[in-house]
Design a protein around this ligand. Sequence first.
Ligand SMILES: [Cu+2]
Length: 115
Amino acid sequence: MTNISRRAALRLAASAAALPFAATLARADGHATNHTVVIRNFAFEPANITIKAGDTITWVNEDGAQHSAWDLNNQFDTGLLSKGQSAALTFASAGTFSYRCRPHGNMRGTITITN
Ligand SMILES: [Cu+2]
C-alpha cells in the first residue's frame, strides 16, 4: 500500500483526519517536487499526472463551486475546497490512485507515482 503523508501546512477538511493515513517522511534526498493540479471549469488540470515518490501534489480550486479530490479507495480526501483554497498531499511511495470530486462524480483524475 502506498503511504501518503500530509504536509504540515495543509488545509484539509476535518473529515480527512479520520482516514487511515500512514504518515511517512518525504524523500530524504531533497529532490521532491511540488506539482499543482488546478481545478477549473469542473475539471482537474491535468487530470492524469505522473510523479515521483516523495513528491507533493497541491490541488487549487479556481472555480466558484466547491470541489474536492477523493480517492476511489478512500486513501485520501482533500475535503471540499472553496474558490481560492488548496490542499496538498505528499505521496511517499510508488502506486496509483484514481480519484474524483466528491460532489461531482464526473470529475475524475489519476495519479501515478513512480520510484
Ligand atoms: Cu467538483
